[in-house]
Design a protein around this ligand. Sequence first.
Ligand SMILES: [Zn+2]
Ligand SMILES: [Zn+2]
Ligand SMILES: [Zn+2]
Length: 169
Amino acid sequence: MEVHGHTVRGVDVGPETRCRHYDSELDVIAIRFPCCETFYPCYECHLAAADHEPERWGDESGGGARASVEGSGSADRTGAEDEGSADRTGAEDTGSAMRTGAEDEGSEERTATGDDADAVLCGICGTVLTVAEYVDCDDRCPDCGAEFNPGCRRHYDRYFASELFETSA
Ligand SMILES: [Zn+2]
Ligand SMILES: [Zn+2]
Ligand SMILES: [Zn+2]
């Protein structure tokens, strides 16, 4: 099933990502599983349609897409100030210190497997929310205002590692 340009797999998937298991007014999201990078309306659709065990966002173990966080190499260079004190014709100091203000650019580049992963598709407008946005959205699409099923909260642990949502308890 194509929903707003995204492929959503599952059982009896409808145009707004409802499925055989969840087909109420509010069941209009699909969740992307990190194991296969595919949207499914629900956990049970993944069980039915995929040939492997599901993985959760935020889990680092489990074979598939692994978060390769490179935490080393903290280049902390304190730029030594050059004092070009060569050949001073004995005048007064005119204080012409050339300062090369080297600003550290912390380049934080993480593989999207945590709460910044694009994981939830709104079946109404096609917006894709990150895990963090979804956990934070008060059961409403921040883009189109469609209501999401608040009951999904009970199943967060099926889709997301607990540290991704436990802050909003
Ligand atoms: Zn999968
Ligand atoms: Zn389903
Ligand atoms: Zn929406």
